[in-house]
Design a protein around this ligand. Structure first.
Ligand SMILES: C[S@@+](CC[C@H](N)C(=O)[O-])C[C@H]1O[C@@H](n2cnc3c(N)ncnc32)[C@H](O)[C@@H]1O
Length: 216
């Protein structure tokens, strides 16, 4: 599989490609491995910006994706939703020689549930609002749409601790089992709602060479 960092360089509207987080071995290159394990058909993303995470996940399992829905209020980059759509289209056209799956975007996570009409996502990625309350709100929306897996970014960022605090409070209040993977300067938490998955997701991740965070 072509390295995702090489893929990024071939797409029309991706930026920051020389920054350390874009070059890190343990950030974007981990996402295709995750998608390869989960093989998502229905994917929801809160916080897409120009589509780096979306395309990195799609790259790991391009044939499985059937329906993609994302929400972004474009507070980081005006016009980013259309730009992310262009990147996704270009990815399928240039790298897969195929039509993209059905995709839709909105400006707010709250607008996504009615679009699903009860369809349950295989994966929801929460990487949007960085406030404590906003993270809790996005996690609640993600949970209410009945996902198999929720993945949350930025859960251990010393200069931006409120996401991790929100995730830990939310998971403790619901009693949901979860685990954390080590990524470049941020880490991600996973909630797996598939009962009795064998081997468990954390074991599958470890077997794929993904490093897990161990609680001290
Ligand atoms: C960290 S970036 C997402 C990066 C993306 N997942 C990636 O890896 O390429 C966060 C995105 O969330 C969006 N965002 C921030 N607060 C939001 C909110 N309350 N509702 C919707 N989108 C929001 C920003 O516009 C920004 O594009």
């Amino acid at each position: 599989m072509l390295d995702i960092r090489t893929v990024f360089r071939g797409l029309p509207a991706l930026d920051m490609l020389d920054q350390p987080l874009m070059q890190a071995d343990n950030l974007y290159p981990v996402l295709p491995k995750i998608a390869g394990i989960l093989q998502p058909k229905v994917y929801v993303e809160f916080g897409t910006r120009l589509g780096h995470s979306l395309i990195a996940l799609v790259h790991g399992s391009p044939q499985s994706f059937e329906r993609i829905l994302w929400a972004d209020n474009e507070s980081y980059v005006p016009g980013s939703n259309e730009a992310a759509a262009k990147n996704l289209e270009a990815y399928y056209r240039d790298f897969q020689r195929a039509l993209p799956p059905q995709y839709t975007f909105r400006s707010s996570p709250a607008e996504i549930p009615p679009l699903l009409n009860g369809l349950k996502p295989d994966l929801v990625y929460v990487d949007g609002d960085h406030s404590y309350d906003g993270t809790i709100r996005d996690l609640e929306i993600a949970y209410q749409i009945g996902p198999k897996v929720i993945m949350v970014d930025d859960v251990r960022v010393p200069q931006d601790p409120q996401i991790g605090e929100a995730v830990r409070t939310w998971s403790a209040s619901h009693g949901f089992p979860h685990f954390e993977i080590v990524t470049f300067e941020r880490n991600m938490t996973f909630f797996d709602f598939v009962p009795d998955r064998m081997p468990s997701l954390d074991v599958q991740f470890r077997n794929a060479g993904i490093e897990l965070f161990e609680e001290a």
